[in-house]
Design a protein around this ligand. Structure first.
Ligand code: MGD
Ligand code: MGD
Ligand code: SF4
Ligand code: MO
Length: 682
């Protein structure tokens, strides 16, 4: 059969592999064997041919002259970009002989994988890699950097990552974007909300920064960072006090509503206003709007959960739709994440049974401490699908760890990332358009497939191919370490306990490119919580030492610095991806620090000035943008910018590596900083 690779010209279906809820259908235009244009696939039911600028310009990344072409080995000091070309054979032999020696001398737990979702394809991110490291008995990474606090919090209320079908949100009459910069990070939710708006829906945005999403709202509500749980409790206070709750729904589908009614009496609007910075009148206005409007929809973003109290915060917000019985109405309810609907057979894909005895688990948010303080130490780290030197919190500590001479580091990536500069061996990775994999969105309900459209770039190899090679060189004989891509996809999709996937097969996906899971609304129905109902009161939380009822807890004291620092994502990068591609950097211009006019005046700062930010963890320098987009006492940056020695744009140098209340989550947005004007001469 003629594959897409064999056809030098044509238009071929594809899927966006980036870590983005939208998971767009794509069409790749090929001329003379090269991708010349990327556009949206108009036949995709949710994304309907619209894609973001990042990916429309992605050909520039795929064929960027800086892309890695062949394996490299380090020939000078760590971190200083002295590398020499080597063959794949030499690379694999160097890695596996080092690992064999380490396993014999210090045990397999001295080796640690580090990865995330730079490519969301499942066999490449949680397939052959997991099989390999399970077979080895390596230390295990806890994948906590993104949404784990909020996911755990939401689960206590709702029993899993289940919200409403986003396609139904066109019917919503009130849409609250709560801590999500959807214009940049979930653009098709914005398209759907626009359709709802045409039918009369109001759009409210609650955020610490009036960014592009705040500007798009009908009503923007600025809030102090880390205080959203208090606002949600204040809304509940008013809803109960004014009898705007749906008693029938509470009776039938929730547990703990009587306890909650009593509990929220303490969160009266004036108390809540003092905590959140939201005026009392606005708290009433929002509560009444919410109490009176059906169907209403809350899109819960990642912002509020990247805080010390993030788990409980999301747990609290997710109680709101139950109070007014929204889940029974099409277009009513909430979405935090919808991953639960599309659960594939993770055990068949990852093969945890290959791990013969449990090994230590390492929270990826504590990478710096893991590299510097663990005993027995990590002696080798294998990084793929991620760029921890830039994206991980407390970056200076991470880099100090990466500099250890006795740490053998391998980085597999498409580019010589900031992390790769610390590597002993660098391996070139294929782009997703060169691979076979399957994809499942964590927002819409479609499973999609990627088949290779172009041949591997130069000597690059996919994650799965590299792990097959490593397994062979380690003399691991198991068949599951030799399975083909196709076999692995079949194993993952064969998941009898998730009937939503019934009928979704490898053949079907090859034929149709995408398939919608057989999902149905959550209500009427039984949730996967212990009671089967929405748990406004959670015994499970109580048993873990938390308040069983939704509660506001202030952020952890992060020292005596005057500003809370929110280093959020930006529009034209995806985490650190694209930060090294000229076109995307040009679109984003420069890293800025948004600051309130009153604060700037006290510091003698004006828009365009350089400011130095610092705390006990590190420092960075950003160009100030002064205005009313943030409240006093808050400073916001956007984007994880590429850094080189002396560039001082590493925002994660300032972020704390404390873990959140739940899920071992990251607390990127709970750090404090000092800000000062930089002399133009420095
Ligand atoms: N363009 C683009 N798209 C992306 C990404 C990207 O880097 N760039 N990253 C992808 C990934 S991995 C993820 S996880 C998602 C994340 O996308 P989102 O869910 O949008 O999460 P964030 O952008 O982290 O933060 C959302 C908003 O929360 C605000 N915020 C911070 N703290 C608080 C708070 O205490 N309360 C409230 N109410 N708001 C707060 C920030 O100002 C920001 O506007 O986006 C994905 N899509
Ligand atoms: N300050 C601050 N820090 C943050 C955040 C924030 O909001 N603020 N957001 C956090 C969040 S939500 C997340 S999810 C993390 C994300 O952090 P990461 O997962 O590290 O995301 P990226 O920076 O996009 O890096 C992905 C890397 O994978 C590589 N890659 C892509 N495809 C493949 C492949 O097929 N194989 C291999 N081997 N490599 C591939 C890319 O080239 C890129 O270098 O960052 C976190 N860091
Ligand atoms: S990054 Fe998101 S919006 Fe852009 S093409 Fe990919 S899935 Fe679509
Ligand atoms: Mo993320």
């Amino acid at each position: 059969m003629r594959t897409m690779i064999d056809q030098p010209n044509g238009i071929f279906p594809s899927v966006c592999s980036l870590d983005c809820p939208d998971q767009c259908g794509l069409l790749l235009h090929k001329e003379d064997g090269k991708i010349v244009k990327i556009e949206g696939d108009p036949s995709h039911p949710v994304t309907q041919g619209n894609i973001c600028n990042k990916v429309r310009n992605m050909t520039a990344r795929i064929y960027d002259a800086k892309r890695l072409q062949y394996p490299l080995k380090r020939v000078g000091p760590k971190g200083e970009n002295h590398f020499e070309r080597i063959s794949w054979e030499e690379a694999i032999t160097t890695i596996t002989s080092s690992w064999k020696k380490l396993i014999a001398e210090e045990g397999s737990e001295s080796i640690m994988p580090y990865s995330f979702y730079g490519n969301m394809g499942r066999i490449g991110t949680e397939g052959m890699d997991r099989r390999f490291f399970n077979r080895m008995g390596a230390s295990r990474l806890l994948y906590t950097i993104c949404q784990s606090a909020g996911t755990e919090g939401y689960n206590y209320t709702m029993g899993g990552s289940f919200g409403i079908d986003p396609e139904d949100t066109v019917d919503s009459k009130l849409i609250i974007m709560w801590g999500i910069n959807a214009v940049s990070t979930n653009m098709h939710q914005v398209v759907l909300a626009e359709k709802a708006r045409k039918n009369g829906a109001q759009i409210v945005v609650i955020d610490v920064h009036k960014n592009q999403t705040g500007r798009w709202a009908d009503w923007f509500i600025p809030i102090l960072p880390g205080t959203d749980a208090a606002l949600a409790l204040g809304l509940m206070h008013i809803l109960f006090a004014e009898n705007s709750v749906d008693e029938d729904f509470l009776q039938q589908y929730t547990v703990g509503h009587e306890e909650l009614r009593e509990h929220v009496k303490q969160y009266n609007p004036s108390v809540v206003s003092t905590i959140t910075g939201v005026p009392v009148d606005d708290i009433y206005r929002l509560a009444r709007m919410y109490g009176e409007t059906t169907p209403s929809f809350i899109r819960i973003g990642n912002g509020p959960q990247h805080h010390d109290n993030g788990g409980m915060c999301v747990r609290t917000i997710s109680c709101l739709p139950a109070l007014t019985g929204q889940w029974l109405h099409k277009g009513g309810g909430a979405i935090k994440g919808n991953g639960g609907y599309l659960d594939h057979n993770a055990a068949a894909l990852q093969r945890p049974d290959l791990l013969t005895k449990p090994t230590r688990q390492i929270n990826m948010n504590l990478l710096g401490s893991a590299l510097l303080e663990l005993d027995p130490p990590i002696r080798s780290m294998y990084v793929y699908n991620s760029n921890p030197a830039v994206v991980a919190p407390h970056a200076n500590k991470v880099r100090e760890g990466l500099l250890r001479e006795d740490l053998f580091t391998v980085v597999h990536d498409l580019f010589l990332t900031e992390t790769a500069l610390f590597a002993d061996i660098v391996l070139p990775a294929t782009s997703s358009f060169e691979n076979t994999d399957f994809y499942r969105s964590y927002w819409h309900h479609y499973v999609q497939i990627q088949q290779p459209v172009i041949a591997p770039y130069e000597e690059s190899k996919s994650n799965v191919d590299v792990f097959r090679l490593l397994a062979k060189a380690m003399d691991y004989e198991e068949q599951e370490l030799r399975d083909t891509d196709e076999e692995m996809i079949r194993q993952a999709l064969d998941h009898p306990v998730n009937p939503n996937l019934d009928g979704i097969t490898y053949e079907g996906l090859v034929e149709t490119q995408y398939a919608k899971a057989r999902t149905k609304p959550l209500f009427p129905g039984r949730l996967k919580t212990p009671s089967g109902k929405i748990e406004l009161y959670s015994e499970t939380l109580a048993s873990k030492g938390f308040s069983p009822l939704p509660t506001y807890t202030p952020l952890v004291d992060d020292g005596d610095f005057p500003f809370l620092f929110i280093p959020a994502p930006n529009h034209n990068f995806l985490n650190s991806t694209f930060s090294n591609n000229e076109k995307h950097v040009r679109m984003e211009k420069m890293p800025r620090l948004h600051m309130n006019t009153a604060d700037a005046a006290l510091l003698g700062l004006a828009s365009g000035d350089y400011a130095r930010l610092w705390n006990e963890r590190g420092e960075c320098e950003l160009v100030v943008s002064v205005g009313a987009d943030v409240l006093p006492g808050v400073v916001v940056s956007q984007g994880l910018w590429a850094d080189s020695p002396g560039s001082q744009v590493l925002v994660n140098a300032l972020t704390p590596d404390r873990v959140a209340d739940m899920g071992g989550g990251a607390t990127f947005f709970s750090g404090r900083v000092q800000v000062e004007k930089l002399n133009s001469s420095s």
